[in-house]
Design a protein around this ligand. Structure first.
Ligand code: ATP
Ligand code: MG
Length: 445
């Protein structure tokens, strides 16, 4: 992409309405524009990041055999009356009437809709196990929408629903989701700690929340610091293996890690004192096992193969896709702007022309642009007729992990400068080496 042709409305002034850094930088970097309280337009750079995060979520779900589909955002109240949640859900649910005076609502979550789909088509234990999911906009009329996309009213969520014959199979689905979630967050450059949580309005006995540690997080968390030493890395996982998924679950959840809702002072005190941590965290996902809470009232049953009918065991699993953008920025920024992790960045590399209009500089930049593009990468070439300072400022704010700077002096010696956004370190090298360096960085991802 050439910046002169892109739509990147970077703000010069600091937006006053933003209380936390991710909100401020998302506005300043031209990623989002507030439309009304807790509702945002996604400008091209923000939209690009949203799509990239979605792709990673899809890829990790596919590895576990989970199947993507899409449900309507506007749903009939009748289905929610069947489950008993229509009246119980409270004011967070946006309700409306259509022209025939029928009660409708904007889906805040979709247990009912998925259970209804299941009962419409699937009748046999042979159809199980099955996990269906979607990445779809949700609406929750939050009392106090704030912190930009962190607590929006309209937000993008991945929500998945497993259908299993037995509790044991459903708990395997629960563990499998834990693994896919850990993997997803790691690819996004985040450490998200699974913590035992409160099941809230969705109900059920088993639930874990995934929290990214950050001072601006809304939840207070208590944990054994040893949990931050564990990671999945590039471990191979056989998602069909109950034992392997269970052992990963045990490894990640046996140490003390809880939010304030389930915090147990006595258990926490059993953690060696030098490992006890009290901090704040951002909830980026949650998994639930709730058994037959929805399948029973909605009649989602299967023939159990022994002549009987049995309600399916279910769980639901959510990732806050749009909130993740804020979480990544909270976890990775400096005073000049965002620092995207290499695993998820809107563009792989910036090309900065220090003297636009100079034949040698223009030609070298064009050449870098072509070579990086041919190598399958997406560079952002700042080809605007702007001062160098403005170009540096924009690049730093939008946070691309790498930058190649092309100036007349370096070019005389056949050199350009490659700079890491994270460390700020620069190195001079030939344009060919610069391309090889950048290609090398992304080759392993
Ligand atoms: P919270 O406790 O933050 O209100 P929740 O527990 O009600 O969230 P879930 O029903 O578990 O949310 O939804 C799954 C995920 O969707 C959450 O883990 C979170 O990342 C995201 N999410 C929930 N509410 C919002 C919101 N208002 N804005 C942005 N993301 C949200
Ligand atoms: Mg939650």
């Amino acid at each position: 992409m050439r910046l002169s042709r892109y739509f990147l409305p970077v703000l010069k002034e600091t937006p006053r309405e933003a209380q936390i850094v991710s909100h401020r930088y998302m506005l300043q970097a031209g990623m989002i524009k507030q439309s009304s309280a807790g509702i945002y337009s996604w400008l091209p750079l923000g939209f690009k990041m949203l799509r990239k995060i979605e792709n990673i979520v899809h890829e990790e779900q596919a590895k576990a055999g989970h199947i993507a589909m899409l449900m309507p955002t506007l749903q009939s109240a009748d289905l929610w009356r069947e489950s008993g949640r229509y009246d119980g859900y409270g004011e967070e649910m946006l309700r409306m009437k259509d022209r025939h005076d029928r009660d409708m609502l904007f889906s805040p979550t979709a247990e009912e809709m998925f259970t209804d789909t299941f009962r419409s088509y699937l009748k046999s234990y042979k159809d199980l196990p099955l996990t269906l999911y979607q990445i779809q906009w949700k609406f929750r009329d939050e009392v106090r929408p704030r912190f930009g996309v962190m607590r929006g009213r309209e937000f993008l969520m991945k929500d998945g629903y497993n259908f299993d014959l037995t509790k044991e199979d459903a708990l395997h689905a629960y563990n499998r989701h834990l693994v896919t979630y850990l993997r997803t967050y790691e690819r996004l450059g985040l450490q998200a700690i699974p913590m035992r949580a409160d099941s809230g309005p969705i109900g059920g006995d088993y639930t874990h929340e995934f929290l990214v540690l950050a001072e601006t997080g809304e939840s207070e968390v208590f944990y054994d610091s040893a949990v931050t030493d564990i990671s999945l890395g590039k471990r191979d996982v056989d998602f069909d293996s109950h034992d392997q998924c269970q052992s990963i679950m045990d490894e990640f959840t046996s140490l003390y890690a809880r939010t304030d809702e389930t915090h147990d002072e006595a258990l926490f005190n059993a953690v060696p004192e030098d490992r006890r941590r009290v901090a704040r965290g951002i909830e980026v996902g949650q998994i639930f096992y709730f058994g037959t809470t929805y399948s029973e009232p909605l009649g989602a049953t299967v023939d159990d193969g022994k002549g009987g009918q049995t309600p399916v065991h279910m769980g639901s699993h959510g990732i806050g896709v749009s909130r993740l953008l804020g979480a990544i920025i909270e976890a990775s920024h400096d005073d000049k702007g965002i620092i995207w992790p290499e695993g998820v960045t809107p563009f792989h590399c910036g090309i900065l022309n220090m003297r636009q209009g100079d034949d040698a500089c223009d030609a070298a930049c064009e050449d870098l642009y072509q070579q990086l593009t041919n190598a399958g990468l997406e560079p952002l070439y700042d080809d605007r007729d702007e001062r160098a300072g403005a170009k540096f400022g924009t690049m730093d704010m939008i946070g691309l992990p790498w930058r190649i700077t092309v100036g007349p002096r370096g070019l005389k010696d056949g050199k350009v400068e490659v700079t890491s956004r994270r460390t700020g370190e620069s190195e001079e090298m030939s344009p060919a080496d610069a391309v090889a360096r950048i290609v090398g960085v992304y080759a392993g991802l």
